[in-house]
Design a protein around this ligand. Sequence first.
Ligand SMILES: Nc1nc2c(c(=O)[nH]1)N[C@H]1C(S)=C(S)[C@@H](COP(=O)(O)OP(=O)(O)OC[C@H]3O[C@@H](n4cnc5c(=O)[nH]c(N)nc54)[C@H](O)[C@@H]3O)O[C@H]1N2
Ligand SMILES: Nc1nc2c(c(=O)[nH]1)N[C@H]1C(S)=C(S)[C@@H](COP(=O)(O)OP(=O)(O)OC[C@H]3O[C@@H](n4cnc5c(=O)[nH]c(N)nc54)[C@H](O)[C@@H]3O)O[C@H]1N2
Ligand code: SF4
Ligand SMILES: [Mo]
Length: 748
Amino acid sequence: MSAVQTETKYRICPICEATCGLEIDVKGREIGAIRGYKDDVFSEGFICPKGVSLRELDTDPDRLRVPLVRRGGELQEASWEEAYAEITKRIRPIIEQHGRDAVGVFIGNPTAHKVALGLYLPVFRKAVASRNMYSASTLDQMPKQVAVSLMYGDALSVPVPDLDRADLHVVMGANPIESNGSMWTVPNFRGRVKKMQQRGGRLVVIDPRKTRTAKLADDYLPIKPGTDAYFLAALVNTMFAEGIVDLGAAAPLYEGLDGLEAHVADYTPEAVTALTGIDAEAIRQLARDLVNANGGGIYGRIGTTLQEFGTITSWLIEVVNILSGNLDVPGGMMFPKAIALQRNASGKVGPGMRLGRYQSRVRGADEVMGDLPAICLAEEIETPGDGQIRALFTIAGNPVLSAPDGNRLGRAMDSLDFMVSVDIYLSETSRHADVVLPGTSPFEECQFDIGFNQLSVRNAARFSPTMFPPKPLAEGGRPQEWQVMLQLANIVAGRDEPIEQTDDNIIRNHIMAQVGRPGGLIEGRDPEQIWQELDPFTGPERQIDLAIRTGPYGDGFGANPDGLTLQKLIDDPRGVDLGALEPRLEEIAGRMPGGLIDLAPTEIIGDMPRMADRLNRDEDKFLMVGRRNVRTNNSWLHNLPLLAKGPNKCTLQINTGDAAALGIVDGGMAKVSGDGRDLEVQAEVTDEIMPGVVSIPHGFGHDMQGTNWGVASAQPGVNSNHIANNDAIDPLSGTAVLNGIPVDVTAA
Ligand SMILES: Nc1nc2c(c(=O)[nH]1)N[C@H]1C(S)=C(S)[C@@H](COP(=O)(O)OP(=O)(O)OC[C@H]3O[C@@H](n4cnc5c(=O)[nH]c(N)nc54)[C@H](O)[C@@H]3O)O[C@H]1N2
Ligand SMILES: Nc1nc2c(c(=O)[nH]1)N[C@H]1C(S)=C(S)[C@@H](COP(=O)(O)OP(=O)(O)OC[C@H]3O[C@@H](n4cnc5c(=O)[nH]c(N)nc54)[C@H](O)[C@@H]3O)O[C@H]1N2
Ligand code: SF4
Ligand SMILES: [Mo]
């Protein structure tokens, strides 16, 4: 009979941006049932199958638990000391002989979800000090971040739908019923939409596929992939033509309205109908509805960013929302104010972005926000010369599946002098490494959302302490991931100091920054006293405590006694609700040069001539788009039985008419070719995709040699990015074009 009692623990789900609160039965080190936590102030009990599957993630026998070091060509288990020693031995000579740019880094999506990585990656990046920084951002949301930076001064100044008070919600190129939202933290999207509809509000979905979100909609407009910019330009054109532009009370905060009309003059609703596939009158009606809405706006996501005109489209979405009077009003598109680490709430003055401060070596692509485009990674490894990448770190990333032409990237990885991956699986990418350092289970780290609190449908905050702290390294245990990042930082920087000391130095610098911040909550205070008050927190907790206490709701270490501290969040797992979103436009505009928001940033206007070209382009190919399923998360949850079960998720969706014309049958095989490569994939014949469009989800193709996917390899699917063109790019954001890929389709 066991004396170990079942306890209930609470924590924030780290998988997707909805950040649901979970209620978890725990017995010793064992996870029992996982449920949605009803009393969570933010997610109110919402959960999806991925949250439930965290138990299987924790126990997955294929998840890496010890470091691997390549010896005699084989990855073999090693101690942490051996792995760190191997990295030191191999990386230092490369840096000493070839300089810092010889080290490349690829940073993947989970680094935005795990606070241990989010807080300590910047330390590692700074230590590497190479221009060869790459991330999943240029395979994802970078266009939106470029657009909002140029307009609102910061890459996370992203207005999000205030859905709970909206009466017209337009979803463009997103499928939140499956994805649970992105660049917008919104648990229970369905429930919130239903409530809006009960209030008399309307949901409009614009997507080439009739998605589950589209099925919930009052209006569904199928659009040809990659043509959203034309559709949006026609909305703007209509608003000017009909004289219904309405900037509202915020009008004095904008500049650039005068020139705008001329930039969209060619894009009348009639002029874009053939290209977009959307009827001119539907465009006019939506323009009027947006102006007349009592709070609403267009929300655009991966279908609008990961495409040919990503930055222009993201900018036009903002323009439409502004011209229709929907920015910064209740029910419209609003700027959240997070509890901690929100740059646009800290008084720092913008503008947020200078593009192209340097260029990539081989093709001369512009740097964006300190990254070079992910599509440049392979050529920067392959091409000899000064500045060639000879060593690569991948941190929670799987670019062999997430980036175009992954087989080429994999071959390039094999040509490196040295490669390190920090990952929880032996994936299509980490299998190429010489040293693989295992990440932790989510239950072995604390959790707090830095970015997603800044993108939240309501202002709220929660914190989850570490549930199962690993035994310290000195006692035969393992480091947490923030400690791994610090150790790697010290190795590449050649710093011979214990990571505890590095961490102390980091927090001391943060304290100095806060006591020196004009107008800050602890301006002019004694740094030593603040240091002592942070005791006994260390690591991420200490950084979070300092950030909360000096943030917009913080206690200011006594300056504002009712304010928040990390301890208050620890004491109440339900979290704190900080209320509905509030108008912030004056504050946002005040950070811009001249105190004005530019409706027509020069850089983006300079990119618009590209749009004219496509109007005359001959398009005779199918256009391939991606999609998401609620039981997947990019490339790495396919190994959990709970999620992997059921029919093949990696199918080619093709319209019934197209399939009939090509002799492709439902369940049969099709051959899809793009950029000189092809793949064979099971067809799913359906009316829920537009004619001329096909869809394959990304993140599959788990049959490559050297991975360790016991479950996922049984239903491997295909890597859709194998046929994506590595040269197709949205130039301003350096983002790959992975929606609207031209392909040929035949029966196989
Ligand atoms: N065609 C097409 N391509 C796409 C997309 C698309 O829609 N269509 N979407 C793009 C988007 S939006 C994104 S974000 C990218 C994703 O691109 P990536 O970030 O490169 O890919 P992921 O599949 O998210 O891989 C994450 C890796 O991190 C590991 N991991 C998970 N949790 C942890 C952890 O806690 N610690 C550590 N150390 N490792 C962990 C996983 O095992 C996995 O190997 O893909 C992009 N690629
Ligand atoms: N279940 C699950 N949830 C996830 C993820 C996952 O893999 N699985 N990934 C997470 C990540 S990293 C991200 S970035 C988010 C993404 O979140 P979402 O953007 O909501 O992702 P998708 O479900 O891929 O929806 C994109 C939609 O855009 C449509 N589309 C494609 N091209 C175009 C176009 O040119 N124009 C228009 N208007 N539509 C187009 C597609 O048909 C698709 O329905 O999801 C996150 N959440
Ligand atoms: S919706 Fe996202 S955050 Fe919520 S349980 Fe599912 S994966 Fe986790
Ligand atoms: Mo993403």
